[in-house]
Design a protein around this ligand. Structure first.
Ligand SMILES: Nc1nc2c(ncn2[C@@H]2O[C@H](COP(=O)(O)OP(=O)(O)O[C@H]3O[C@H](CO)[C@@H](O)[C@H](O)[C@@H]3O)[C@@H](O)[C@H]2O)c(=O)[nH]1
Ligand SMILES: [Mg+2]
Length: 194
């Protein structure tokens, strides 16, 4: 961290109920040479990783469907969201995280994944950096039902669907999760499945 346009950074804790929400106060040097005081709330849940699982023979992808309360509160009728498999980094590195998360959520034990992007999820408010992966799966990699951890009360539906259908869902507005849009567009651009 280094930027000579910012000084006097102070923070106070607003909530550590589950993750960390802090209020930051700092002085910022505007282009006109004036220092202005700014306040921003910043939510820190660590970083995350997500993966698009695809099968070039079957021409399918694996997505998941789960209830997301923030979307329920904002325009997503039943709150169910179609997403890539994803999770929060748990002190492990992004690659180990996504391999573990893939098995927990989808039941596929993948061995080889490829990192394609890194990006900030919501840079005005969250510290989170997201690590984006793609990975090929085959039927023989299926070792369990998936569906998430009972201990976390996750209710995850695993969807294996034709890539073409996923692309239709992208274009007709059924897929409204940004991380999923990013990786489906990656798959289209790089012709992962034709
Ligand atoms: N009790 C409680 N549990 C929580 C809270 N917030 C999250 N959890 C639980 O913590 C677990 C997190 O599951 P992961 O699979 O590791 O994370 P994720 O929510 O799928 O995260 C992915 O999607 C996020 C988008 O909303 C991304 O932000 C994240 O990077 C990642 O891609 C879930 O069981 C969730 O219910 C909370 O405030 N209270
Ligand atoms: Mg998850």
């Amino acid at each position: 961290m280094s930027n000579n346009k910012i000084k006097n950074i102070e923070n106070s804790l607003l909530s550590d109920n589950y993750y960390i929400l802090k209020k930051y106060n700092f002085d910022y040097l505007m282009p006109n040479g004036q220092w202005v005081n700014q306040m921003r709330e910043v939510y820190d849940r660590g970083d995350g990783a997500g993966i698009l699982l695809y099968n070039t023979t079957k021409k399918t992808v694996i997505l998941i469907r789960q209830f997301r309360v923030p979307t329920y509160l904002n325009d997503n009728k039943d709150g169910m969201l179609v997403e890539i498999c994803a999770g929060l980094l748990d002190k492990d590195n992004p690659e180990e995280c996504i391999i573990r998360e893939t098995e927990e959520e989808t039941g596929y034990r993948v061995t080889s994944v490829k990192k394609v992007y890194e990006g900030y999820s919501s840079p005005g408010v969250m510290t989170e950096k997201m690590h984006f992966f793609i990975g090929e799966y085959t039927d023989d990699m299926k070792v369990s039902e998936g569906g998430g951890l009972d201990s976390e009360a996750e209710d995850i539906e695993v969807m294996e669907i034709p890539f073409k259908k996923a692309v239709n869902m992208l274009h007709n507005g059924e897929i409204v999760d940004t991380r999923t849009i990013v990786l489906l567009q990656y798959a289209i651009i790089h012709k992962l499945i034709d």
